[in-house]
Write a protein that binds this ligand. Sequence first.
Ligand SMILES: Cc1cc2nc3c(=O)[nH]c(=O)nc-3n(C[C@H](O)[C@H](O)[C@H](O)COP(=O)(O)O)c2cc1C
Length: 197
Amino acid sequence: MKKFLFFVLAFFCMEGFMELNAQPGATKKILVAYFSESGNTRVVAQVIQGAVGADIFEIKTVQTYPKEYNPLIALAQKEQRENARPALSTRVSNMDSYDIIFVGYPNWWGTMPMALFTFLEQYNFAGKTIIPFCTHNGSRLGSSVNDLKKLVPKASVLEGLAIRGGRSGSFELGSQRERETVQREVNAWLRRLGMVN
Ligand SMILES: Cc1cc2nc3c(=O)[nH]c(=O)nc-3n(C[C@H](O)[C@H](O)[C@H](O)COP(=O)(O)O)c2cc1C
């Protein structure tokens, strides 16, 4: 009888343990890597980090971009035309240890800033899961997901999220009200992906 009770107890303990591990992403190591010029994408990155319990990493360029709008959009367009690879000043030292990488950026001229092209070419993403997200002023993800997929052909790329951030520099997502909207949209998306319950 004692033996029987022991097995019943052990079974229920095991069930509890397995359920814990069945939590989406519970055993996966997650990184949120993002580039943000005026702060909108940073807000979304932080919300994702909080929701899934990830590490966070900011992709930064060696050369900083102009603060004024017109020179900024002109330089971004020039970089895109030239298919440039701006040098990065930050590096993920332990990329191998991550299973899932959220990759965030503002939509620049219909796709990712060229710094993201540098970033995606710098690591081996084979076998990893990449989840893109962007902020934008009307063009949503544009062609960014297709462009991203070409750079990480051996990764599995999941559904991306586009959040309206307004015009660059307006930092619309900074307000409390906007942050709550971001939280709602991010949580709905993460649930669809099975990343949160
Ligand atoms: C150089 C540049 C190009 C942009 N191009 C687009 C675009 O093609 N489509 C769009 O919807 N928004 C465009 N935007 C607006 C940004 O995507 C939007 O403001 C974004 O939220 C900025 O994110 P950040 O604050 O993280 O830098 C552009 C902004 C800049 C600075």
